[in-house]
Design a protein around this ligand. Structure first.
Ligand SMILES: C[S@@+](CC[C@H](N)C(=O)[O-])C[C@H]1O[C@@H](n2cnc3c(N)ncnc32)[C@H](O)[C@@H]1O
Length: 459
């Protein structure tokens, strides 16, 4: 890894807009992979840790630029390569570079119809997996130094969508043990994976056909699907929010991938650590901009301190499904108790309809500090069946405090049952030493903390 890191930084240094603080370095540990630490000196509030120009970021725009070098039919003013620049770029390329054919078949409309995720995944698969198969790997992607520092398949094996979609995952049986919040996230992710695979699969098949026509070995589509899963979660776990004007109507497409910045690990602390800043580049007005990572309020003064970034206020269920890790302590944890509560009400159509009509059916949660208002409304109705007063509660004429003494016994019962279920699940996970099972155990331990806290305050 040391050599690959050196190569990455040399590559980035070929731009004079790149900056990296001399006070930081990358280190590696088993629990969180690569991370960035303070090597020496200090980092003060608002100081730049690293700055990466647009050209070295992988995103919808830079990919269009790179494809347009090989395909003159892709022409978007300010985004794709200009005439004189194309000439310059071409002079550096071999005439038989396979990308003239790999990218030549696209028309602009097709490319623009892809989401960011689809285009970035397709492009990385071509540049990282297919391109090295031509001419014994003698043609190398511009992005190779970036590709070389990404996590291996094994490192991403702790993500539930990998358990459920990859034939090589040994953790498939853990899907059954996922809590409801994770099951819902997994379902959503599986749907996106299916959609994106369907969108790019035909293009990958026809690109593989080109390889075969030239007499090269080509992986089967099943093998490429495994690469697709790997690349998909590399992107998913490393992308950073950035406006992509060409895709402005698609919220999910607003991201960029930024070398080195993507070495920062996550903290649940939202406003103390580093923060991103994107500045428009005068020389590249339609690009995403220059991406900087700045030091937050807390500053760093002790050598070895880890420089961190908050990925968002995410629970352990979310972190597991999006990134494949969990935190031992996480202030954003919550339990989805929708199934337990709806099961208690199910069968009573009047009550169900009432809650549905008022927008209070389903989606009930508890976090460390509170039982959600939605859950209190549903349980109060279940216990009291006092429709008149519940309407007053919803209109704000009475407070939930009126109902709390009446529902305390039911809450005790419900939380007591959940506590037992989670303890049983923890017990059944105890004999499984793998990281994925340990992560699930951490989620359930977080749930137990939440429930014990509420049971203490109810009694
Ligand atoms: C943006 S990358 C950070 C760099 C990454 N550690 C690497 O080795 O390249 C996000 C990934 O880092 C790991 N990660 C981030 N924060 C972590 C944390 N607090 N604890 C454990 N793993 C973490 C997870 O594997 C996650 O998918």
């Amino acid at each position: 890894m040391e050599k690959r890191l050196e190569r990455l930084i040399d590559w980035l240094r070929s731009s004079d807009q790149f900056y990296l603080s001399g006070n930081v370095e990358v280190n590696e540990c088993e629990a969180s992979g690569r991370g960035v630490v303070l090597r020496c000196g200090v980092l003060n509030r608002n100081e730049t840790v690293v700055r990466v120009p647009n050209r070295y970021q992988l995103n919808f725009n830079t990919i269009l630029w790179n494809i347009s070098v090989f395909n003159p039919g892709i022409c978007i003013d300010g985004i794709t390569v200009s005439g004189p620049e194309r000439q310059l770029q071409r002079e550096q390329l071999a005439e038989n570079d396979p990308r003239f054919r790999l990218y030549g078949a696209f028309d602009q409309e097709t490319l623009l119809a892809f989401t960011s995720f689809q285009l970035v995944t397709f492009y990385i698969l071509v540049e990282r997996v297919l391109l090295p198969l031509w001419f014994g790997g003698s043609i190398e992607s511009f992005w190779q130094p970036f590709f070389d520092v990404w996590p291996s398949r094994e490192e991403l094996g702790s993500i539930p969508a990998i358990w459920s979609n990859s034939v090589s995952s040994g953790d498939r049986e853990l899907v059954e043990l996922l809590p409801l919040a994770s099951q819902k996230l997994l379902e959503k992710k599986n749907k996106l994976l299916r959609q994106d695979w369907e969108a790019i699969q035909p293009w990958l098949i026809s690109r593989c056909e080109l390889l075969r026509q030239d007499g090269h070995h080509c992986p089967s589509i099943e093998e490429i699907y495994e690469d697709f899963l790997h690349v998909y979660f590399i992107i998913n776990s490393r992308c950073l929010y950035a406006r992509v004007q060409l895709k402005r109507d698609d919220e999910e497409s607003q991201f960029t991938m930024v070398p080195f910045v993507d070495f920062l690990n996550h903290t649940d602390d939202v406003d103390q650590h580093c923060y991103p800043e994107i500045k428009r580049d005068r020389n590249d007005p339609l690009g995403i901009g220059i991406f900087s990572l700045k030091c937050g309020k807390r500053g760093y003064t002790k050598a070895g301190d880890e420089i961190l970034l908050n990925y968002g206020p995410h629970s352990n269920d979310f972190l597991l499904n999006e990134y494949g890790f969990v935190l031992q302590q996480n202030r954003w944890n919550f339990i989805d108790i929708s199934d337990e509560v709806t099961n208690l009400i199910d069968g009573d159509t009047v009550m169900t309809e009432f809650l549905k009509n008022h927008g209070y059916w389903d989606n009930y949660t508890i976090n460390y500090s509170e039982i959600s208002y939605r859950a209190l409304v549903a349980i109060s109705l279940l216990v009291t069946q006092d429709y008149r007063r519940i309407e007053k509660l919803l209109l704000g004429f009475i407070s939930e405090d009126y109902f709390l003494p009446k529902i305390s016994k039911k809450l005790h019962e419900l939380l007591g049952k959940l506590l037992q279920d989670y303890r049983d699940l923890l017990q059944s996970l105890k004999d499984q030493p793998a990281t994925s099972a340990r992560n699930l155990g951490t989620i359930y331990r977080g749930y137990i903390d939440i429930i014990e806290h509420h049971l203490d305050s109810l009694s």
